[in-house]
Structures are given as structure tokens and as C-alpha cells.
Design a protein around this ligand. Structure first.
Ligand SMILES: *Cc1c(COP(=O)(O)O)cnc(C)c1O
Length: 241
């Protein structure tokens, strides 16, 4: 079995190749290893291979790992999954970034806690680019209005947009989701919404990150290709409360 170090090297090579094919500078694309369901020991393996920021989709799991690894220098976590307002404190206490902002209610609760703590948070607006009912995120046509309203929440630094493309082997359908994101980014920049620069597109996972890079992804969130198959989250990782 390949080690995490080898997997990371392979993913980084693929990122470089995809950048070369797209005529992009690899320095524009950030790898965000997604460590969900995997224990802190594996995070530390990736850390020793040079990674510093890790994605987690469940707030309790993120907080528990961040707390356990709090003394590790420069190690940070990005919250990449849907957030309910009653879990907001876990994010404002423990996360460096939040990639799944899709409601004003969540923006308001995060902002209030951040104001109290006297800090800011980098956020990405989640967009439902595939139009699937079960997906979180705003419909593309609602994003500009939502972005405008985020001006009211000064502690949220809007970095850009995030999406999960349709899960499919059909590259054309997947590519269509990424194209929606690229077009939306262009539109937001043209409007000049002051709540953010919209420089970032967080999109692409193990199965589609190379394609996403072709459409302008600046952060790719890669789990399985680095850490292997996901574990049963409750078998290894059962945060108490
Ligand atoms: C799990 C997850 C990923 C990574 O998916 P892989 O298929 O393991 O690469 C990316 N983004 C989000 C929001 C996730 O929950």
C-alpha cells in the first residue's frame, strides 16, 4: 500500500500536470488535504510531508482533532461541510477557514461570535452548481444577491466560491458544473461586489480535481487520493458531544 507521503507526491504531480495543460502557474493552486474520518496520526504524517491546512466536514470532528493537535506549530483546519447554527462556536473557535457558507442565518451567527472574539474568518460561499436537490449551496442565480448582503458581516472575509460538482463519470456533466462556477466568478468580479475579491474557487475532489484546475480552481479539496478510503467515522472517531 502506498504511503501518505507517496500519495501526496502523486497528487502534487497531477496538480502540476493539470496546471501545465491549462497554462496555469501551479503556485495558483492550493492543495487542501481532506482528513475526515482519519485519525490525528495520519494528519501528522501529511504534516511531516509539508502540509499545514486540513479539511474536515463535521464540526465536532474538526474541533476534536484541532484541540488534540493544538500544540503543533502552524497546523490549521478548514471547515468544508454544511454548518448548523448550533455548531457555529466549534468553527469560530477552531477553524481557520469555512468553505460552506450558504445562509444569512449562519453568516449572522458566525459574525456575532467572531466579533465577540475579535477575530475574522476566511469564508467561501457554497454554490449548488449541479442543481441536484440533495446538494447544499445556493442556486447560482442567488449568489450575487447573497454576496451583496454579506457586506453587513464585517468579520467574514469572503475569499470566493465553493462547490461540489455532480458525482459522475461523465466529464462533460462534471465540467458543466465547474463552468457554472467560473462564469459566476467572472460575473461577481464584473459587478464588483465589495464584500470580497472572489479570487478563489474551491472546487475539485479526488475524482475531478484535474478537470477543476482546467476551469480555474484555486483550492482543490482532496481526501481519498491522499488518505485512502474513508473509515467509518464512528469506529475510530467518536467525539463525545
Ligand atoms: C470529503 C470531501 C472532499 C474530498 O473528497 P474525496 O473524494 O475524498 O477527495 C471534498 N470536499 C468536501 C466538501 C468533502 O466533504
Amino acid at each position: 500500500m502506498a504511503t501518505i507521503v507517496e500519495n501526496l507526491a502523486a497528487v502534487r504531480r497531477k496538480i502540476e500536470r493539470a496546471c501545465a495543460a491549462a497554462g496555469r502557474d501551479p503556485a495558483e493552486v492550493r492543495l487542501l488535504p481532506v482528513s475526515k474520518t482519519h485519525p490525528p496520526e495520519l494528519i501528522m504524517e501529511a504534516y511531516r510531508a509539508g502540509e499545514r491546512l486540513f479539511g474536515e466536514n463535521r464540526p465536532q470532528e474538526l474541533a476534536a482533532k484541532a484541540e488534540q493537535l493544538r500544540d503543533v506549530g502552524n497546523l490549521e483546519f478548514a471547515a468544508i461541510g454544511h454548518l448548523q447554527t448550533n455548531k457555529a462556536k466549534l468553527i469560530t473557535d477552531w477553524a481557520a477557514e469555512f468553505h460552506a457558507l450558504d445562509s444569512i442565518k449562519v453568516a449572522e451567527v458566525l459574525d456575532r461570535r467572531l466579533q465577540q472574539a475579535g477575530r475574522g474568518l476566511d469564508v467561501f460561499i457554497q454554490v449548488n452548481s449541479s442543481g441536484e436537490d440533495q446538494k447544499f449551496g445556493l442556486p447560482p442565480e442567488e449568489v450575487a444577491g447573497f454576496a451583496e448582503r454579506l457586506r453587513d458581516y464585517a468579520s467574514l472575509r469572503v475569499r470566493g466560491l465553493m462547490t461540489l460538482a455532480i458525482f459522475s463519470d461523465d466529464q462533460v456533466r462534471v465540467g458543466r458544473c465547474f463552468a457554472v462556477m467560473r462564469d459566476l466568478q467572472t460575473r461577481l468580479r464584473d459587478i464588483g461586489t465589495a464584500a470580497g475579491s472572489y479570487d478563489e474557487l474551491s472546487m475539485g475532489m479526488s475524482g475531478d480535481f484535474e478537470l477543476a484546475i482546467g476551469y480555474g480552481a484555486t483550492t482543490v479539496r482532496v481526501g481519498q487520493s491522499i488518505f485512502g478510503a474513508r473509515l467509518d467515522p464512528n469506529a475510530y472517531w467518536n467525539p463525545a458531544g
